[in-house]
Design a protein around this ligand. Sequence first.
Ligand code: GDP
Length: 429
Amino acid sequence: MPEQGACTVVVGCQWGDEGKGKIVDVLAEDVDIVARYQGGANAGHTVKVGDDMFVLHQIPSGILHAGKRCLLGNGVVLDMQQFFQEYDALVARGIAMDGRVGVSLRAQLLLPYHRLLDQASESSAAEPIGTTGRGIGPAYEDKAGRRGVRVADLGNPERLAKRVGAARDRTGRRVEQFGATGPVDLDRAIDEALALGERLLGLATDTGVEITTALKAGRRVLLEGAQGTALDLDHGTYPFVTSSNTTAAAAATGTGIGPTAIDAVIGVVKAYTTRVGEGPLPTAFDPEMDERVRQLGGEFGATTGRPRRCGWFDSVITRFAAQVNGLTGVAITKLDVLDTLPELRVATAYRLPNGTVTESFPADTWSLTGVEPVYETLPGWQAPTHDVRRVSDLPAKARAYLDRIEELTGAPVQWISVGTKRNQIIPVG
Ligand code: GDP
């Protein structure tokens, strides 16, 4: 088995949907705590346990392993209604939840006016971002604008009413500016959300203290990212990004531990590339191949059902991800999706419109629409890999493909996933 540190970050290395949920689910077996450090209910992890499918939006996928403690760090924005819907659905499916879920006192609350504003601004935008319309962006805007309401505020009804009232009024004005009309019952929606406050406070904790204490006591911790590196607010394809830092460094700020507490960073890399929402995808397939791989890989969003655009493996992005996240290892997912393809292309660099070839990920997002990927072609293995459990049993051409990905990315492959099920995983080394 690959050696893991006591405190490991799992981070997406492309545009999200890399299969982080599955990898976290596999790695969670050996840890005591799993914590989410950013994002909100716009992230969707799909995890298959036996024949049961679970879609988790806010609660870390570690919840599917009995006895693990699952935390939502201060870096997340928490939609209480969605959260308890997910929580209660897990209880209804027989998952023992008591004492297992903790929510940071410093986490921001996503309230109904955030959703309203998200939808109003996206539908009137000249250049839509392709958000999920769940209010995540406006909730992070309120956080940065110092107008946010945090879990800790739920303990002080007077302060809460004042802060929520001010935010609600401001949102009303902004929605009007967008020419949209809000639902007449926004106040009722807010009241309904806040009615869950006491229940949420029952789960409140200081995640930084909890994780630091656990690590000192020799326990093991997994910090789970949502979305992916190319969607990071600073390092991604701005402005077609999510509204938080998705990359590994955010695992420290988003949970309240110091960066030196992190021992390992595992990057989750899909064996090809996909992207949901707007924005450039340099290695996009032609329409026929796009449809074929989308069907083979089931590339439809877990949260919205939106079809994902698909493309060849892009090492410019994964190399960038290795740098930004300081990857100590890589988990390759969905290798099996490529099993039937006669040949595979891998982008090694981009040719810019002026003819220059670069191996670096350009900072200018718009220049990405004009780049031409420089491809290498490798033969497909055209044999099923679902049942392979040892690297040595993989077809030689599949190993050659993985070796090339590893070489171009610059971080060692430690896991290879060959199916949706928990046991469809090949440890390397
Ligand atoms: P996440 O947000 O990064 O966890 O990704 P999603 O859950 O949105 O998408 C991953 C999808 O791929 C889920 O439906 C998983 O069940 C599925 N998946 C994960 N790993 C594999 C794999 O190795 N092979 C196949 N075929 N599907 C996988």
